[in-house]
Design a protein. Structure first.
Lengths: 319, 297
C-alpha cells in the first residue's frame, strides 16, 4: 500500500512538473514579455534592454524556468507585471473567492447528483429517468454563458429576485458575495450535477444487474436492503473519481461563469491577465489550477483505493 | 461491438451495417429529433446566404433595438441590424471550424491512441504522462494561450481545436484498443507475424471505430461549446461577422429593454448542441456503447 502511495505521489509530481514545463514554454512562445507589458509603448531600445536586465529576462530560458519553478515550490510566484505587487497575494484573494464559489456549488451539487444518479439508475428507462437524463445532457453541453444568460433574464430581470452580476471587489469579505453568488452557483451546480449524475446512474445500473444483486433478490432480501446494503456501496465508488474530475474542472472551467457574472475569482483574473499580457500572473494561475487538478485526482485515486481493495495492486493504474 | 467484426469486412456488409445503424437511430424519438436538428442547422449554415432577408451588416438608424414586427421578424440589435438574418448566418463560422476540426481531432488522437494501446511500453508510459499533463490544464487556458500567440483566424482555430480536442481521444482509443489486444484474433495475428501497422489496419480499426465515432460526436459538441464561448468572451469571431456567441454577448447589455435580442441566438445554438448530443446518444445506443464515462471536456 505504501509503495503504491509513493508511486502515485511521484507520478502526480511528475505530471505537475510536465505541466509547468508546458506552461512555461507556452508563455515563453507568446509575443512580448513582462517588460513589454510594463513599458507598453516605451518598450524599445535602451529602456527595454535595461528592464530585461533588471528582471533577469536576458538570461537563458532554462535558468529562468528553474528559478520560477523553485520559487513556485516555495510559494513565491513572482511579481505581477501589471502593478508590481507579489502575485501570491493577488492570486490569494481570487483563489479564496473561487474556492467559495466552488465550495457552494459542490455542497449543493454532490448530494443532489448522488440522489438523482441513484434515482435514475434504479428507475432506468422509466419516465423519470428519461426526463432527468435528458435534462442532464442539456445541462452539461449547453455552454455556460447561454445558461447564465437565460438565468439572468429569468431571475434577475424578469422576476427581480437576485442581482445579475456580482459587484463586490476581489478583496471584499466573503459575506459581500451574497446574494450575488446565487446565479453563478446555480449555473455551476447544473453542469456539475449533470456530469456526476450520469456516472452514478450508469454505475448503479451496472451493479443492479450484477450476479450478486440477482442472487440477493432470489434469496428474498428486501429491495431497499439490496439497494442500500449490497448495491450502493459499490455503485458509488466511481463517483469519487468523477467528483475529483469535476472539482478540477470547477477550478479552471469557471472562467466563463466568473466572467459572465463579473465574479472576482481566479478565472476572471486569468482572462484579464491574458488581455493585459500580464504573463507572470498567467503562468502562476495556470500552475495553481493544474496542481489543484492533479492533487484532487490523486486524493480521489487514493480514496478509491482505500475503499476498493481490488485497486490496490501495482498493475491497476489510473484510468 | 461484436468480436466477429474484424477488419476486412466486404464493402456490401459495411454499407448494410451503416444503414442498419441509421435505421436503429431513427427508431428512437431522440435519434429522429437529434438528426433533424443537426441536419437542419448544417443545411441552414450551408444555404443561409442565399435567402437571408437582409444584409447582415446593414445598420438601420430608424430601427435600433426594434421589437419583432412584420419587417424584422425577430427584431433588431443595438445597431439596427436584422436579428433573423444574423441568427441564420451566425452558426456558419462555428459549424465550419468545428466540422473540420472534429474529424482531424478524432483521426490523430485515434491513430496515436490505437498505436499506444497496441505497442505499450516506455513510449506509452511517457506519452500518457504528457496527455495527463495536457488534460490537467483547463481547456480555456490552452485555447487562450494559442489565440493570444497566433491570433484568432480560422487558420489558427482549426488546428488548435483539432490538437487539444484530439488529446482526450488518445485515451479513449487507447482504452478501447487495450480491451481488444488481449483477444484471440489479435494474438493470432501477432503469432502469424503481422507487423503492428498491419494489425492496426486489419484487426483494430474496425473494432475501435464505433467508440471513436461516438467520441467524435461528443468532441464536436465540446468544440462548439469552446468556439462559441471564446466568441462570447471576445476572443473568437470578430465583429461585424455574425456569430451566436458574439450576439449573446451583445444582447446582455440591453437585456432589460430588448430581451428578444438574446432569444434567437440562444435557441439556435442550443438546438444545434442538443441535436448533436441526442444524435450521439442514439448513435451510442445503436452501436451498444456506454457513453457515461466520457471525460469532462
Amino acid at each position: 500500500m505504501l509503495r503504491i502511495f509513493i508511486r502515485r505521489l511521484l507520478l502526480g509530481i511528475a505530471t505537475v512538473a510536465i505541466v509547468s514545463g508546458i506552461i512555461f514554454a507556452a508563455v515563453e512562445a507568446l509575443p512580448g514579455d513582462a517588460c513589454t507589458a510594463i513599458l507598453q509603448r516605451d518598450a524599445s531600445g535602451e529602456r527595454l534592454s535595461n528592464c530585461r536586465r533588471e528582471l533577469g529576462l536576458d538570461r537563458p530560458a532554462v535558468t529562468r524556468y528553474v528559478e520560477w519553478a523553485s520559487g513556485a515550490v516555495r510559494g513565491d510566484l513572482g511579481i505581477s507585471a501589471h502593478n508590481n505587487k507579489p502575485i501570491a497575494s493577488l492570486v490569494g484573494d481570487r483563489l479564496k473567492n473561487t474556492l467559495l464559489l466552488a465550495g457552494c456549488s459542490l455542497a449543493l451539487g454532490i448530494p443532489l447528483a448522488l440522489f438523482l444518479g441513484v434515482l435514475t439508475g434504479l428507475r432506468r428507462d422509466r419516465f423519470s429517468d428519461l426526463a432527468l437524463s435528458t435534462i442532464a445532457i442539456f445541462a452539461m453541453t449547453i455552454p455556460e454563458f447561454v445558461t447564465a444568460t437565460v438565468l439572468i433574464f429569468v431571475f434577475s430581470i424578469w422576476l427581480g429576485w437576485v442581482p445579475g452580476i456580482v459587484t463586490a471587489s476581489a478583496s471584499a469579505p466573503l459575506s459581500a458575495f451574497f446574494p450575488g453568488i446565487a446565479l453563478p452557483v446555480l449555473v455551476l451546480t447544473m453542469v456539475m450535477t449533470a456530469h456526476i449524475m450520469r456516472t452514478v446512474r450508469s454505475s448503479v445500473i451496472d451493479v443492479m444487474s450484477s450476479d450478486y444483486v440477482q442472487m440477493a433478490t432470489l434469496k428474498g432480501v428486501p429491495y431497499w436492503q439490496i439497494v442500500f446494503r449490497h448495491a450502493l456501496p459499490n455503485a458509488l465508488l466511481p463517483a469519487i473519481n468523477v467528483i475529483a474530475l469535476t472539482v478540477g474542472w470547477l477550478l479552471g472551467g469557471v472562467v466563463v461563469v466568473e466572467k459572465v457574472f463579473n465574479y472576482p475569482g481566479l478565472g476572471h483574473y486569468m482572462i484579464d491577465s491574458i488581455s493585459d499580457r500580464d504573463l507572470p500572473v498567467v503562468q502562476a494561475i495556470a500552475l495553481i489550477v493544474a496542481a489543484a487538478y492533479v492533487g484532487v485526482n490523486l486524493a480521489a485515486d487514493l480514496l478509491a483505493m482505500a475503499f476498493n481493495p481490488r485497486l490496490r495492486t501495482l498493475k491497476a493504474r489510473s484510468p | 461491438m461484436s468480436a466477429g467484426l474484424t477488419a476486412p469486412v466486404p464493402m456490401k456488409a459495411r454499407t448494410s451495417r451503416l444503414s442498419a445503424v441509421i435505421r436503429e437511430m431513427l427508431s428512437r424519438p431522440s435519434g429522429c429529433i437529434g438528426l433533424f436538428l443537426v441536419i437542419a442547422n448544417v443545411a441552414l449554415a450551408l444555404f443561409s446566404p442565399f435567402f437571408a432577408p437582409f444584409d447582415f451588416k446593414a445598420m438601420n438608424a430608424n430601427a435600433i433595438l426594434a421589437p419583432p414586427d412584420s419587417t424584422h421578424w425577430l427584431g433588431t440589435d443595438q445597431l439596427g441590424r436584422d436579428i433573423l438574418t444574423r441568427t441564420i448566418l451566425g452558426g456558419r463560422q462555428a459549424i465550419l471550424v468545428t466540422a473540420i476540426a472534429t474529424p482531424l481531432a478524432v483521426a490523430w488522437g485515434g491513430l496515436l491512441g490505437i498505436y499506444l494501446g497496441l505497442a505499450g511500453g516506455r513510449l506509452d508510459d511517457i506519452l500518457m504522462r504528457v496527455v495527463d499533463a495536457f488534460l490537467a490544464l483547463p481547456w480555456i487556458l490552452k485555447m487562450l494561450l494559442m489565440i493570444v500567440t497566433f491570433g484568432t483566424g480560422i487558420g489558427v482555430l482549426v488546428p488548435t481545436l483539432a490538437f487539444f480536442y484530439g488529446i482526450p481521444v488518445i485515451r479513449i482509443a487507447r482504452a478501447a484498443t487495450q480491451n481488444i489486444v488481449a483477444r484471440d484474433f489479435v494474438l493470432a495475428a501477432r503469432a502469424r507475424g503481422h507487423s503492428r501497422v498491419s494489425i492496426m489496419r486489419r484487426e483494430l480499426f474496425g473494432n475501435v471505430l464505433d467508440a471513436l465515432m461516438v467520441e467524435g460526436a461528443m468532441r464536436w459538441s465540446w468544440m462548439l461549446l469552446a468556439f462559441t464561448s471564446l466568441s462570447f468572451l471576445g476572443f473568437g469571431v470578430s465583429p461585424p461577422t455574425p456569430d451566436w456567441g458574439l450576439m449573446i454577448a451583445d444582447s446582455r447589455n440591453f437585456m432589460a429593454i430588448a430581451p428578444w435580442q438574446a432569444f434567437a441566438p440562444v435557441i439556435a445554438l442550443s438546438s444545434l448542441i442538443i441535436g448533436i448530443n441526442l444524435t450521439a446518444d442514439a448513435l451510442a445506443k445503436a452501436l451498444g456503447i456506454d457513453r457515461a464515462q466520457t471525460a469532462v471536456h
